[in-house]
Write a protein that binds this ligand. Structure first.
Ligand SMILES: [Zn+2]
Length: 206
């Protein structure tokens, strides 16, 4: 048997009958077998093709499902995911398979939490307005809100997919609501003082 690899996948050429056991020995790794969908493999003469990695791109992060990964992790702007049962080469180019979504969400929410911890103190310093607590939620109806009395801020976890400057703008917007609960003239005047491009940023957060 001969095996050639590149980023798009692999080609395995074999001249005689091979068994599942031969393939397992050849690849050595169980998750490679899963990636190839070899449970459906019929040992016969020919060429077998498959993928070792599948890429999906999101607004801010890209997702790489790879036979080389054993756990879900984040590396810069790339989310690395192990191959899972039921995921196949045929899914290339479509949306990230649903079985990955809970893990991806957990990773991105963690990332969002550390970004908020990094950005909020500077904004509180600048505006003199402080949140008592920030809760990351799963809301469908808002990006963020704040209760002016308790100063508890709620941020929708899905904002993790937005660029950092928009997340910072959202935090600023919510802080200013501590002083001005509605979107009236005083609110907008204060917002524009810290974010002169607030109209554009508000539009991008629609
Ligand atoms: Zn608002």
């Amino acid at each position: 048997m001969s095996l050639s690899y590149n980023l798009d996948g692999f080609t395995l050429r074999y001249g005689s009958k091979v068994t599942m056991k031969d393939i397992e020995e050849f690849f050595g790794r169980e998750r490679v077998l899963k990636a190839l969908g070899l449970s459906r493999f019929k040992p016969e003469r020919g060429v077998l093709r498959g993928g070792s990695e599948v890429l999906f791109s999101g607004e801010k992060y890209s997702y790489r499902v790879s036979v080389y990964e054993s756990e879900c992790r984040l590396e810069g702007r790339e989310v690395l995911l192990p191959v899972r049962e039921g995921h196949s080469d045929g899914e290339r180019g479509t949306a990230l398979p649903a079985c990955y979504l809970p893990d991806v969400k957990e990773l991105l929410v963690k990332e969002l939490a550390s970004l908020i911890i990094k950005l909020l103190p500077g904004l509180e310093e600048k505006t003199g307005l402080r949140a008592s607590k920030v809760i990351i939620t799963d809301a469908k109806s808002y990006w963020g809100n704040i209760c002016p009395a308790t100063r508890v801020m709620r941020i929708n976890g899905k904002v993790a997919e937005k660029p950092e400057e928009l997340i910072e703008f959202l935090l600023l917007h919510e802080l200013i609501h501590i002083r001005y609960p509605d979107h009236g003239a005083l609110f907008l005047k204060t917002l524009s003082r810290y974010a002169p491009d607030y109209k554009e940023k508000s539009r991008l957060l629609k």
